[in-house]
Structures are given as structure tokens and as C-alpha cells.
Design a binder for this molecule. Structure first.
Ligand SMILES: [Zn+2]
Length: 62
């Protein structure tokens, strides 16, 4: 069976090819999955701090 060769997918973080049966799928490694998570948390932090600013202004206005 040649299909085994097609089990390679591309990691969205480091662009390396890896076996898609890996536990860390869709990332090639835990490191890349952590990088992706970090990106998400970074976005959330930005939104959260914006909300904090809004709340503070609201409190001052009162
Ligand atoms: Zn990777």
C-alpha cells in the first residue's frame, strides 16, 4: 500500500510535514500547539484589557 506515504500533513505553525496520526495533530509537536495556543491567548488578552479600560472609564464616569 502506497497510502502510508500520504499520511503526511503540514504543520500550520512551522510548515514542517509530519504524520497526521500524531497525538499533537493538527500540529507537528506540542511546541507548535503551544505556540498556536499562545497566539489565541494573546488575542484574548488584548480584548480583555480593552474591556478593562472600558470598565474603568465607566466607573469614573459614575
Ligand atoms: Zn510544527
Amino acid at each position: 500500500m502506497k497510502n502510508i506515504k500520504n499520511k503526511q500533513i503540514k504543520c500550520p505553525i512551522c510548515k514542517n510535514y509530519f504524520n497526521k496520526d500524531l497525538k499533537t495533530n493538527p500540529f507537528c509537536s506540542q511546541r507548535c500547539s503551544h505556540i498556536d495556543l499562545g497566539n489565541w491567548l494573546g488575542e484574548k488578552y488584548k480584548i480583555a484589557s480593552d474591556n478593562d479600560d472600558y470598565d474603568n472609564q465607566y466607573d469614573i464616569d459614575k
